[in-house]
Write a protein of this length. Structure first.
Length: 78
């Protein structure tokens, strides 16, 4: 069932991509383009999401450190 769904989504994505790029291809080529594009796009989005999570972790750590320094300066060091 998963492979059939992948082929249907790949065919739809390949069809839209070939039409947007004004490329005339046969059905198997269109499906291969769509499935290949889905693989490339999926890896790219996972990579970008991973980088975004690292960046969010860094921003969170920086914000926490700033709050900790503010608390230290405000309540501990007098």
């Amino acid at each position: 069932m998963h492979i059939i769904l992948l082929l249907i989504i790949g065919a739809a994505a390949g069809f839209l991509a070939t039409r947007m790029m004004k490329l005339n291809t046969d059905i198997p080529t269109t499906i291969v383009i769509g499935v290949g594009g889905a693989l490339i796009g999926g890896f790219l989005l996972r990579f970008l999401a991973e980088i975004a999570s690292w960046a969010a972790g860094f921003v969170g750590a920086l914000a926490g450190a700033l709050v900790l320094i503010w608390l230290w300066k405000t309540y501990v060091r007098r």
